[in-house]
Design a protein around this ligand. Structure first.
Ligand SMILES: C[S@@+](CC[C@H](N)C(=O)[O-])C[C@H]1O[C@@H](n2cnc3c(N)ncnc32)[C@H](O)[C@@H]1O
Length: 303
């Protein structure tokens, strides 16, 4: 399956561009070079503690000389050996359909996540989230999304949260889940314009357009973020280092007694992500480990 990638909408065939980096830091640098090709990037560590695999899927054959020039600079910057690039042309198939068909419905806590190809209604007692595999992250399959939904499921047992922010909303799955759980207003923000559009479409599909607003924002910068806050719940499923960097902003936008559900960090990245949030004045309340990824829950104390 091609995850959250740029699927061809007709025209030039799809190419997979991949490489292996020795560590997380150079992987991020190499990922930026591949990102310039225009496809969504996936980067993950091979287990146990192996090299980092960085890959992307782009339409049309990329210019390898340009890619290698960029990689050489990053290799110099990080003092690592320049990785070899694997370039592979993929067969001409309907990727969107193929992804949808390989996406069975998921039960995650009280949530039933399904694509539009599932015709049966969600089982009684569940909250249905209709999310198609699309060119944005968040179908429920990934451990970080599932961890956030499980944390929401637990939180919901303690009563409603009135103002909710979903920072890094991707498909909008978490924003839609919160809106359907409590019938409250949710602001969904993403730095990626395409994700903002996909989330807005999913909001309509799920009939919560009167509750969820999808906006473009780099972290907490957009005026809409301050205007709708402070929040009783903030989701932030991004990545370890941006999460740690954004911790003071997150704490600032959280109301006293507010809860933060953080994900996108590997188990061994928990220490510094948790430290950044403690330093920002938040209290650690618990973690949900899943497939090597940790979802963390923090609370802002009353003054
Ligand atoms: C791992 S996905 C999470 C998607 C969805 N919330 C979920 O749980 O499945 C992370 C999302 O954060 C967005 N993102 C990354 N950096 C961001 C930033 N600085 N501000 C806002 N969104 C950001 C990405 O575009 C991506 O859609």
């Amino acid at each position: 399956m091609i995850p959250t990638s740029t699927w061809p909408k007709g025209g030039a065939p799809l190419w997979r561009v991949a490489l292996e980096a020795p560590d997380e830091f150079s992987a991020e640098g190499f990922a930026q070079v591949l990102e310039a090709l225009g496809g969504a990037i996936s980067a993950f560590e091979t287990e146990p503690q192996g090299p980092w695999k960085v890959e992307t899927f782009v339409q049309g054959k990329p210019d390898l000389a340009v890619v290698e020039g960029g990689l050489a600079l990053v290799a110099l910057q990080f003092g690592v050996v320049q990785p070899a690039v694997t370039l592979e042309q993929l067969p001409d198939v309907d990727w969107v359909r193929q992804n949808q068909e390989s996406f069975p419905p998921l039960h995650i806590g009280r949530y039933f996540v399904y694509g539009s190809h599932i015709v049966e209604p969600p089982p009684a007692g569940t909250i249905g989230l209709e999310i198609d595999a699309a060119s944005a992250f968040g179908t429920g399959e990934h451990a970080t999304t599932a961890g956030c939904l499980l944390a929401l499921d637990r939180l919901a047992k303690r009563g409603p949260r009135r103002r909710v922010l979903d920072m890094g909303s991707g498909t909008g799955i978490l924003a839609i889940a919160a809106a359907k759980t409590w019938h409250v207003s949710v602001l969904a923000c993403d730095i990626d314009r395409n994700s903002v559009r996909v989330a807005a479409e999913n909001v309509v599909t799920n009939g919560v357009q009167h509750l969820v607003v999808s906006r473009e924002s780099d972290g907490y910068r957009a005026a809409a973020v301050s205007a709708a806050g402070p929040y009783d719940l903030i989701f932030a499923n991004i990545l370890a280092r941006p999460l740690a960097k954004m911790a003071p902003d997150l704490a600032h936008h959280l109301a006293p007694g507010g809860i933060a559900i953080l994900s996108g960090l590997l188990a061994r990245q928990e220490t510094y992500v948790a430290a950044a949030h403690r330093n920002a004045g938040l209290t650690f309340k618990g973690r949900i480990p899943r497939a090597g990824w940790h979802t963390l829950v923090f609370e802002k104390a009353w003054p």
